[in-house]
Design a protein around this ligand. Sequence first.
Ligand code: ZN
Ligand code: ZN
Length: 344
Amino acid sequence: MISNAAVYRGDKTFSLEQKHVSAPGSGEVQVKVAYCGICGTDLHIFLGHMDQRVGFKRTIGHEMSGTIEAVGEGVDGLAPGDRIVVRPLDHCGECPACRAGHDHICHNLKFIGIDTEGAFQEYWNVPAHTIHVLPADLDLSHAALIEPLAVACHDVSRARVRPGEDVLVIGGGPIGLLVALVARNAGGNVAISEISESRLAYANKLGFTTINPKTSDAAEQVNDLTGGKGADVVFEVSGSQPGVDLMTDAAAARGRIVMVAIHAKKPDVDMFRFFWRELELFGARVYRPEDYEQAMRLLAEGVVECSSFITDIQPLEDIQGAFEALTQNPSAIKSMIQITRNDT
Ligand SMILES: [Zn+2]
Ligand SMILES: [Zn+2]
């Protein structure tokens, strides 16, 4: 089968190519991709920060939705026409992490759409174990938000946010906003710290208390909001040194901090605050199958206002322009590429 695909060729360039896609192999499913969102990681790839890992002939993309086109041998319970999303992780099944039941952080984890072929193409073969079938009434463009929403579900579950707890999210980009929405849904009183005025305005519109560390002392403001106690849970989503400083300064006694951001270099962490306040620090990476199930549920319940969260949808032919625009327009929340028409 011939599939229109965007191929990353290095140097901020995608080429549109027609690829030959073989029939799905044993244990594989062929997906007709409907929508694929542009992730921060995709932007990093576009900007050339991950060339060593990705190379110059990869079709990237992983925040997708679509329908099943065909199933390979030995695939049960899935059929052509099923509306689905892919959880883009492929694990080895043999390493200590896999054997301990933590296959989402497999020592040899392959991230589909970074380490292997991704979803910015019409027809895409993936392992059947990555498939989640969508609820019947979920719009396919909205469903392309399930992957980043599952990240947020995993982050919030790592922190075990309880009703009534004070939560601080540092960084109000797409993932920070989704973490804030999921934490609020779990009963947290959520404040967002962010320096971009347009992102602050959107966070305000969603009903969050906002803090701008450029115009006020953020830790002091968190103290004011929490009766001098500090935040019970802090999510570091900014990937910045000031964010890492704030995460310890703003945490309550026995506060839980979740490291969500991927920092480009090792940040300085105030270990003294860990001693002084008996803080706890949690790593959080991608998601478990149950995070995907929760993300589908929350999306169906309307926890994310998709119509404002998805700021633009552009056709696959315009992927180059969509990426270029995103590097120049930080006020966009989620840009999406429509890969094929939804004709099911
Ligand atoms: Zn992503
Ligand atoms: Zn493994």
